[in-house]
Structures are given as structure tokens and as C-alpha cells.
Design a protein around this ligand. Structure first.
Ligand code: HPA
Ligand code: ZN
Length: 343
């Protein structure tokens, strides 16, 4: 007999209360907008049309994506550009049932493109305020260190960030992974922790489980971003479960960057069974073919149950850096969702 299972409706997926914990704001720059900004800001891009630009999205690995991502980032120039980008994202996130978002940005790249750190920050914060007032979505910023830029450059961005550290939520680590182990950034992260910032890092996306282990034990991260390769080391998995280290999985990203050739190969069920608080997110939705509800949908389509999706959402709320009152409110909403959709 063919096993029947009721797939959740799109509406149910969008109503599931969730936190977005792995989202690069620059990764929400849609190709149409990049071309429009290039024209408005007089930036020459080597693509004559949207069709030509779209052909660049057939990525073979992380670096092939990063090359385009950094190139298109060069079209962002003004405070309004950053504000508009943030508002467009938060509106989409709101439609997808995101109640709270912790959002990465890459200021080292913007400063290298000649922009002022405070101008970028002001634009993003203005967009976040708009999102709070108009969509009721709370959000905070995580400054990502670009790991394939020199360590001294990471220190320089912290120098710029320090006077307004209280306007940030955390520090992260992103960009090309292999050859740039977390231990290179031990002093940078120690400084950020001393500034009162929460600490996360991309690890185990293309790099080995030893990079996850370094992120945990040298950078003292509270969440691991991606963490796919953690599964290769039982001790790392146990440590994440024991210490409630969140793991922010991005299925559509992992497939598009060929981290796995099929979403079903991600170790999500093994991590759930081991007790790791793994959650589901969108990474760079304009590049990878979907926002957060599309990522949940992709898992529903391959047989993840309503109970499992609710577990991912619960982990996103539990491992977010929101205040306890907001956390309890969201967990109660999640219970109501379960009462309706989990048999
Ligand atoms: O998925 C990613 N990995 C590393 N760096 C990134 N910068 C944006 N997205 C990513
Ligand atoms: Zn990422």
C-alpha cells in the first residue's frame, strides 16, 4: 500500500511562527534590483540584460556564488539602498511567518567599496525600524567577519563598529571557508565577546567538522551556521546537543552550492535525533531560489512532517537572542499552531 501523508498547505507553513537566524541581507538583492541600482548609482556591470545576469546563477560551489554576490553588492551605495533592501526583505519575511530576524551584514565589503560604515548601519537600522512599525517584526544585526580578508581588516571593522556596538546583536563569520579556519579569528572574536556581542560562525558548510569544533571551542560560538559536516564527528554532535548550540540549516542554499546533491542527504533527522537544536533558514534567498517558507516547503515536499517542521521552528525561537518575554510569547504561539496542525 502506498503510504499517504497529508502535506501541509503553504498557508500552514507561512503561519508557523518562526525566527530567521541565517539570512545575509546582501543575499536578498534580487537580480532586477541589482540592475536597477547599477543604473541609478552609475555602476558598470558586465551584463547587458536580466537574462544575461540570470545565467550567472548556475553555481558549482560556494566560491562561484561568492564571486557574483560580491560583484552585485557593489551596486549598493546609499543609505536608502540599504533601507529599501531591508524593508523589502522584512516584508517578505513577514509574509513567510517570520516573527523575529537576526540578520547578517558584511560591512568589510561595503567599506572596501568606499562606503561609510555608519551610513550602511543607519540605512539598515532605518529599514528595521520600518519593519517593526509596519509589519510587527522584530530584528537585530549580526556583523559578519569576511574570513578570506586579512585578520587585521577584521580588527579594523571592529574598531569602526565599537562606538555603536550596542546597536548590534552579534558577530558572525562568513565567506570562503576552506583554508580559513575559525582559529585565525580567535582574538577578533574575543574582542567582540568583550564588547558584549553574541557569537556565531559559519562552519562545516564546505569545511570539515574540525572547523565546527574550532568554532565551538576557540571562538565559543552560541550557534553554528550550516554545520552540515558536524555529523562526521560524534563528539561535535554531542557537544552541540549538550550545550544547546543552535545549528542553522539552509537546505536550498546547500543544494544550489552543491554541498549536497539532494536535500534529502542533509543530516537533519540525525541531528534532531541526537538532540541538536537544528533550525531552518534561507541564507541568500535571491540567489538560491527561495525565502524561508520555500525552505520549509522543500522539506515538507520530501516528507518532513508537521511535527518536525514545528520542531525546527521551536529551535529557531529557542536559540535566538530575543528577550525572554518575547521568546515565551512566540513559544505559546507555536503551541497554538501545533494544536491546529500536528495530529
Ligand atoms: O552561505 C554562505 N557561506 C559563506 N558565506 C556566505 N556569505 C553569504 N552567504 C554565505
Ligand atoms: Zn550564510
Amino acid at each position: 500500500m502506498i503510504e499517504q501523508h497529508a502535506t501541509l498547505s503553504r498557508q500552514a507553513i507561512c503561519q508557523l511562527p518562526k525566527a530567521e537566524l541565517h539570512l545575509h541581507i546582501e543575499g536578498t538583492l534580487e537580480p532586477q534590483l541589482a540592475l536597477a541600482l547599477a543604473e541609478r548609482n552609475h555602476i558598470a556591470l558586465p551584463y547587458a540584460s536580466l537574462e544575461e545576469l540570470r545565467k550567472q546563477y548556475a553555481f558549482t560551489n560556494l566560491q562561484s556564488f561568492l564571486d557574483l554576490y560580491y560583484q552585485l553588492m557593489g551596486t549598493l551605495k546609499t543609505s536608502e539602498d540599504f533601507r529599501d533592501l531591508m524593508i523589502a526583505y522584512l516584508e517578505h519575511a513577514h509574509d513567510d511567518g517570520v516573527r523575529h530576524a537576526e540578520i547578517f551584514f558584511d560591512p568589510q565589503v561595503h567599506v572596501h567599496n568606499g562606503l561609510d560604515y555608519n551610513m550602511v548601519l543607519d540605512g539598515l537600522l532605518a529599514g528595521m525600524q520600518y519593519g517593526r512599525e509596519n509589519f510587527g517584526i522584530t530584528s537585530s544585526l549580526i556583523l559578519c567577519i569576511v574570513r578570506d580578508m586579512p585578520v587585521e581588516d577584521a580588527h579594523r571593522i571592529l574598531d569602526l563598529a565599537a562606538p555603536r556596538a550596542d546597536e548590534l546583536c552579534g558577530i558572525g563569520l562568513d565567506s570562503a571557508e576552506v583554508g580559513y579556519p575559525p582559529e585565525l579569528f580567535d582574538e577578533v572574536f574575543a574582542r567582540a565577546r568583550a564588547m558584549g556581542l553574541h557569537v556565531v560562525a559559519h562552519a562545516g558548510e564546505e569545511g570539515p567538522s574540525s572547523y565546527v569544533e574550532q568554532a565551538l571551542n576557540i571562538l565559543h560560538v552560541e550557534r553554528i551556521d550550516h554545520g552540515v559536516r558536524a555529523i562526521d564527528d560524534a563528539q561535535v554532535v554531542q557537544q552541540c546537543a549538550r550545550d544547546r548550540i543552535g545549528m542553522t540549516s539552509c537546505p536550498l542554499s546547500n543544494r544550489r552550492l552543491q554541498v549536497v546533491d539532494d536535500i534529502s542527504k542533509l543530516p537533519l533527522r540525525a541531528l534532531l535525533e541526537a538532540g541538536v537544536p537544528v533550525s531552518v533558514h534561507s541564507d541568500d534567498p535571491a540567489y538560491f531560489g527561495g525565502y524561508i517558507a520555500d525552505n520549509y516547503q522543500a522539506l515538507a515536499n520530501i516528507g518532513f512532517s508537521a511535527a518536525e517542521l514545528a520542531q525546527f521552528a521551536q529551535h529557531s525561537i529557542e536559540t535566538s537572542f530575543i528577550d525572554e518575554h518575547e521568546r515565551q510569547t512566540l513559544l505559546k504561539e507555536l503551541e497554538q499552531w501545533r494544536a491546529q496542525y500536528v495530529a
